[in-house]
Design a protein around this ligand. Sequence first.
Ligand code: SAM
Ligand code: DTB
Ligand code: SF4
Length: 330
Amino acid sequence: MSVSQENFNPPLSLRHDWLLQEVEALLQMPFNDLVFKAQTVHRQYFDPNEIQVSSLLSIKTGSCSEDCGYCPQSARYNTELEPEALMPIDEVLDAAKKAKQQGASRFCMGAAWRQPKDRDIQRVVDMIEGVKAMGMETCATLGMLTDEQTRKLKDGGLDYYNHNLDTSEEFYSEVITTRTYQDRLDTLARVRDAGINVCCGGIVGMGESQADRAKLLLELANLPKHPESVPINMLVQVEGTPLMGTEQLDPLQFVRTIAVARIMMPASRVRLSAGRNAMSDEMQALCFLAGANSIFYGEKLLTTDNPVAVKDRQLFDKLGVAMTGSPYAD
Ligand code: SAM
Ligand code: DTB
Ligand code: SF4
């Protein structure tokens, strides 16, 4: 069936010249107008009833030298987390196999490193090759990278690299003191230049202002190329971390952040990331309506709990949503 000229909505062109005032105006729109706009944009690029699912595995846990105020894996905070060295490859591949059986299309390996050592990279490359051989997409998040490490990951077949900007540059230094915003941008540029897809987003609910959220979105959307994947995390408060006890963000501000990410980066996957365990079905449905079309799937994020897979499949059934590229797709 041909689409008549009248009904054809050409995709909006991608912009990289957003102004802060525009982003703030979007975040402050009447809620119904904002969600309608985001869903309208969403439909120009994506099937609205389809969601991509990635499973996470912490391949190296805790004892991290960085001081990220939100993170249970920093060695500086007493979070009662049991540190674990880099996992043997067979255990990683077992976890990937289980994730695939449950319907995940991408497997994301996270390590609590400021930056990997060169000898670690070879072990991660072996993991990437093993996971790819199972027919899944691969993602890794290992901290800051050198040019050579980035090239080795690319040559090993890595599809995505996750490295979050987390918040605005101003608020960043209140949350992390052991690296700079520029360090993050440098690694992101290396990943982009090497031809690896970029997964980059942030955390909300850390006590930042709406202006900080606007600035984070501005940084992401004004990168030379939009990240292919944009995780928006709601802070998971963990006992022992400096951000434990932060005043809860109004959930509707979280939905607004998702909607504006969708409008500014219309062709990117916006991931409703950490924090879903504390969200109702209705809240998650609102996030999907606002343009989120990806989740972390499986009972654990890195160290904290996520909804169990069967619960997410029930939610998707209730919403008539299919998982991209999954045996559970229909
Ligand atoms: N060490 C590497 C790094 O920092 O890039 C990779 C792992 S680190 C745990 C990956 C991301 O997890 C962080 O950038 C942050 O956005 C997110 N994260 C960590 N702790 C979190 C928490 N308590 N709540 C929400 N997101 C969190
Ligand atoms: C991302 O943006 N969120 C994920 C993933 N990328 C690596 C991590 C969330 C971690 C939440 C806290 C934890 O489980 O340790
Ligand atoms: Fe380390 Fe990453 Fe946690 Fe920061 S977020 S403390 S770098 S594991």
